[in-house]
Design a protein around this ligand. Structure first.
Ligand SMILES: C[S@@+](CC[C@H](N)C(=O)[O-])C[C@H]1O[C@@H](n2cnc3c(N)ncnc32)[C@H](O)[C@@H]1O
Length: 249
């Protein structure tokens, strides 16, 4: 087997490995490195372009990117992902081992975001990105989508390494106050978010399950103009988290 075929096989296997994360594109690699991802391999097609981007977007990481970058030709790079990123840079890293119990029992007042059965990996990633930006305590997801799949990591720009992101079997509705964010609830104000809240958001098409709605301590909505059914999931997570965050300062 050639080295090149070995590289293609390694990335292909990593995409299916629940211990590993495949990071596609400069922003995903940048954030993952910045927040401590243990990167085992970093490949790219153009060292000068990576250096140029690092100088503009991540001067703190320029030396580390240069030291780790393994150059590959464009033809091989194109075989490392179904949609190879531009500029051409990708990495494989280990996923952090974080226990859901540790996140749930954490005494920090920051809220946890619970995504019940999100369907779109890109949307899921956008939720992780805004949760990291707002400094939420973590993100829990239910349902079949792996929150660490490459498309979700790409949507999150690699910010899974900035906070715990954990898939759970069922929604956590004990040990913390649960706020169901649902178009049918009372109007949201930041004051309805108690310390250590779980902010629960529903699936793109069907919303929150009857079980989560019944178990929630409160049900809140973001009032919208008449005729608009709902916000996009990640947009809604953003609105709620930043309303909460801005109320803290
Ligand atoms: C696209 S919406 C789902 C729409 C679904 N038909 C429903 O009625 O819930 C996905 C999730 O975003 C949140 N969401 C979207 N717009 C909202 C709003 N105006 N108020 C509260 N939550 C909203 C909810 O958590 C919802 O489950």
């Amino acid at each position: 087997m050639s080295d090149q075929q070995g590289l293609v096989d390694r990335f292909r296997a990593a995409r299916r490995d629940p211990q590993l994360a495949v990071l596609e594109g400069f922003h995903a690699v940048k954030h993952a490195l910045r927040f401590g991802a243990p990167i085992s391999i970093l490949v790219g097609t153009d060292a000068a372009e990576v250096q140029r981007l690092a100088a503009v977007l991540a001067p703190d990481l320029g030396e580390r990117l240069s030291a780790s970058l393994q150059l590959v030709c464009a033809e091989v790079f194109a075989r490392l992902a179904p949609r190879p990123p531009r500029p051409g840079i990708m990495a494989i890293a280990s996923r952090p081992a974080v226990a859901v119990e540790d996140l749930v029992r954490d005494r920090s007042p920051r809220p946890i975001v619970l995504l019940e059965d999100p369907r779109s990996p890109a949307n899921l990633g956008a939720c992780v990105r805004v949760a990291a930006a707002a400094d939420a305590a973590g993100v829990l997801t239910t349902g079949p989508q792996d929150p660490w799949q490459p498309a979700a990591l790409r949507g999150a720009a690699g910010l899974h390494y900035a906070l715990p992101v954990i898939r759970v079997q069922r929604p956590v509705v004990r040990e913390r106050p649960v706020i169901a964010v649902d178009p049918g609830g009372e109007a949201f104000t930041p004051a309805v978010v108690p310390p250590r809240a779980v902010l629960a958001f529903g699936a793109e098409r069907y919303g929150l399950s009857a079980g989560v709605l019944a178990a929630a301590d409160r049900r809140v909505s973001i009032p919208m103009r008449a005729g608009v059914s709902s916000l996009n999931l990640a947009t809604c997570v953003s609105a709620v988290l930043f309303a909460w965050r801005l109320s803290q300062v």
